[in-house]
Design a protein around this ligand. Structure first.
Ligand SMILES: C[S@@+](CC[C@H](N)C(=O)[O-])C[C@H]1O[C@@H](n2cnc3c(N)ncnc32)[C@H](O)[C@@H]1O
Length: 356
């Protein structure tokens, strides 16, 4: 009994592949303890249970994620992450896409189909695959855990202030406004948005015509969607949720006005592959604003810092930056210019621009 209980609870930690009987056991647990389980965590189970026990459940049709207004406002930027060609939507094609049922988008060139999930559009390369899956480095997989997405805005993100000097979402937003002013009115991608703390601020600010909340973690996107739904003051018509890999962005080259990445650069498996992608999708004059942390000052006297960060990178996929210069080089090497920095202890906010 104890062992099976642990098996059920382990689903909070391991969102990977499960047998149908696992789904059913889990659903039983969900029913008996549902009062104690947050909506975002339940969503993960419910989606799977629906797939596994469709006869036992009454399917309710969720609100469409992409209505015609949203489709119109994002159709110039969305592109196939494989070949970067424009995507055709089922609305454009009169719901007659030459592809599997449930297809929301299809690449005009390679014909790859992309699907709408319960809260987001899945524009990852492997999103629709039946038999193939990949495990990412720990710095990516950690955030796919429903428990982490639940805790993220309930203490986890706030702790960055204590150890690193991150000022907090509202103040970070105020700080970045100066950098983002030149692109106001445009389309912004909140890359690695997590539970969407900045995506919501962008949407509420009215500074942008479209906010794309993008993350690789389905659990984070579910939590993000839940916070958006709960916020009555948030205009819902100009925000969309997209699942994508930062190293393979589903946007046309030169189409995006701004990319923001809060506390994420150090989590990306390859910061250079990611920043190169960001540089590709930014239009000339487009702005990239990011925050991360730097171990310099007293840390630079630690003799083994260099080798230690290599080991940490190999073990966890997480990259530790040791100087402002390193971040500037990263951006310059990816074709971005006009590098600016704001610091507070280990916290750093950088801004850089795609040349005109
Ligand atoms: C520390 S959280 C940052 C969340 C939020 N932007 C903030 O400012 O607090 C890092 C985020 O990076 C995302 N992430 C990690 N690897 C990624 C990848 N390969 N592609 C896209 N997002 C990724 C994680 O899912 C997680 O939500």
């Amino acid at each position: 009994m104890a062992a099976s209980g642990m098996g059920n609870y382990s689903s909070l930690f391991f969102p990977g592949r499960l047998s149908n009987s696992d789904f059913r056991r889990r659903f039983f647990l969900l029913g008996s303890t549902s009062r104690f389980i947050p909506q975002s965590v339940k969503g993960v189970f419910a989606a799977r249970v629906n797939a596994a026990t469709s006869t036992a459940l009454v399917e309710t049709k969720p609100d469409p994620i992409m209505d015609e207004f949203k489709l119109e406002s994002c159709k110039d930027i969305l592109a196939c992450p494989i070949c970067h060609s424009p995507l055709i939507s089922d609305v454009d094609s009169g719901s007659s896409l030459d592809s599997p049922a449930g297809t929301k988008f299809q690449c005009r060139t390679c014909r790859k189909a992309y699907f709408e999930k319960d809260t987001h559009i899945d524009l990852t390369i492997t999103g629709g695959s039946q038999g193939y899956g990949e495990t990412r480095p720990a710095s990516t997989e950690l955030f796919r855990l429903p428990l982490v997405s639940f805790l993220y805005e309930r203490g986890w993100r706030q702790s960055f202030n204590i150890w690193g000097g991150f000022p907090g979402a509202q103040k970070e937003f105020e700080l970045m406004k100066d950098y983002l002013n030149p692109v106001s009115g445009g389309k912004i991608v909140d890359a690695s948005c997590g539970s969407g703390l900045f995506s919501r601020l962008f949407a509420k600010s009215g500074l942008f015509s479209l906010v794309v909340a993008l993350d690789f973690s389905e659990a984070m996107l579910r939590q993000c969607s839940e916070f958006i739904k709960q916020d009555e003051d948030l205009p819902k018509e100009n925000i969309i949720l997209v699942r994508a890999d930062i190293s393979r962005l589903p946007f046309a080259s030169g189409s995006v006005d701004a990319v923001h990445a809060g506390a994420a650069l150090h989590c990306w498996p390859s910061p250079s592959a990611a920043v190169a992608e960001i540089s590709r999708v930014l239009r000339p004059g487009g702005v990239f604003v990011a925050t991360t942390y730097i171990l310099d000052g007293p840390f630079s006297y630690f003799p083994l810092l260099g080798p230690a960060r290599e080991a940490i990178a190999q073990f966890s996929g997480s990259h530790i930056f040791l100087s402002n210069k390193e971040l500037e080089d990263l951006c310059t090497t990816c074709g971005l210019v006009d590098f600016k920095v704001t610091r507070n202890r280990m916290f750093v906010m950088i801004s850089t621009v795609k040349p005109q």
